[in-house]
Structure formats: C-alpha cells, structure tokens
Design a protein around this ligand. Sequence first.
Ligand SMILES: Nc1ncnc2c1ncn2[C@@H]1O[C@H](COP(=O)(O)OP(=O)(O)O)[C@@H](O)[C@H]1O
Ligand SMILES: [Mg+2]
Length: 246
Amino acid sequence: MENHCITVENLQVNYHQQVALESVSVELPAGKITGIIGPNGSGKTTFLKAVLGIVTPATGIVRFFGEELDKVRQQVAYVPQRESVDWDFPISVYDVVSMGRLNPKRWWQRVAAEDLRIIQDALAQVSLTELQHRQIGQLSGGQQQRVFLARALAQQASLIVMDEPFVGVDVASQDSILKVLQTLRDEGKSIVIVHHDLSTVANYFDYVVLLNNKLVAAGDTKVMLKPETLAKAYGHSLLFQSTSES
Ligand SMILES: Nc1ncnc2c1ncn2[C@@H]1O[C@H](COP(=O)(O)OP(=O)(O)O)[C@@H](O)[C@H]1O
Ligand SMILES: [Mg+2]
C-alpha cells in the first residue's frame, strides 16, 4: 500500500512571470492529518490548486497514492476556501451535499436509495440534518464550512483537501470539524489542510509542511514546532513573540 497520499516533485507556479511557488518537492503521509502552514500570500492556496490541477503549474509532477489524479479523482475531495464560494447561489444544503454522490461518468442518473442514505449520514455527522433545506447563504460561517465537509464525506473519498476550514468559523464548529477529521483519520483516510494560525498547529496536525513561497521544512508536528524552524517560515517577529509569551 502506497504510504503517501500526495507526492510532489519540483512544483513551480508563476502568475504573470511572478513566482508564487518555487520548485517544491514534498511527500505528504497517508492516514494522517497534514497541515500546510505559512503566512498570508505564502502560496498555500496556490499549492493546493496546482496539486489538484486547478491552476497549471510551470513545472512539476504530482501523484496521488502513486497515481495520476485522473485515475483517482473520485478518491479526492476538495473543499475550497470559503471566500471563493458564491454563497448567493440558490442552492440548498442538501443539494450541495448530494453533489458528493455525483459520478461524472453517470451524471444523468438519478440518485439511488443507497446514495440517499449516504447523504443523510453525512448531514448527520456534521449536525446539519435540521438545516438541510436551507439556502447555503442563510448559514453561519461554521455551518457553511460543515456543508462542504459533508459533501466530502458523501463522496467517501480517501483523501480530503481543505483550504482554511477554520477561518471565520465559530469555536463549536471548529471543534466539530476537527472531531470529524480525526474520526476519518482513525478510519485510515488522509486529510490535508491549509492553515495559517500557528497557535493551533500542535492540536490539529500530525504532520506539518511549512511554506513560504518555497518549501521551508516538512516533518512530524513535534519536530516542526521548534522556534528555529518557525522563524524561518514566519520571520523573527514571531519567534520574538512566542518566546516573550512563554
Ligand atoms: N490568480 C492569481 N493571479 C496572480 N497572482 C496571484 C493569483 N493567486 C494568487 N496570487 C499571488 O500569489 C501569491 C500566493 O497566493 P496564495 O496562494 O493565495 O497564498 P496563501 O493561500 O498562502 O495566502 C500571492 O502573492 C498572491 O497575491
Ligand atoms: Mg489561501
């Protein structure tokens, strides 16, 4: 069994001659919760989008469980950054979650009874059963984030990739999202999360990748949280801050 959920070799992304991501090579472990960490503008979203083929990299080879994305697309669920979603779109919670059951190869088929059960299970897991008929714009930030997590659950993917799922989200929703992710991890699924808040890294992640427009470091959370490593990614102001607080 392949023990990396994502393998990236020499991934480079330029936006109009400007380098957003410089030659990143990294392997993300399968069966763990990995955090992609870095300050704003450090290329975290770009990294996810390039890995998933949403933006075209200048160079790079990406493998999912050792395969090309096209071969395993159904196994990969992507939850975009909340601010990139059009929340005015007239679609209900249920509709969004049911998209997790759409198979692009048989999109014309109606949802089967088995699918209905999976959709309701996913809604229940994130405590949104009661709100399933509500328009997605009529939800709090935390509820909106849970809708997209439920869609990923309904897809029954082996790998769930989320971009800043804890931003603009109430503490109760943060806890519930984290619990769901930990349960999935304990079932053997792989989770990759883009995150910028260093103070919660130790609680959330098993493995950490530090980005600052290039790879700064990657490793188990305990090793990675050393001040020297963090200072390299975030600059010395943060190192100063964290030592003055302790
Ligand atoms: N579509 C785009 N066109 C041009 N520049 C972009 C685009 N998307 C991101 N950038 C730039 O690339 C850099 C990395 O952005 P991004 O990946 O969104 O960082 P992060 O998610 O870490 O905040 C930033 O300087 C940003 O301004
Ligand atoms: Mg981002």
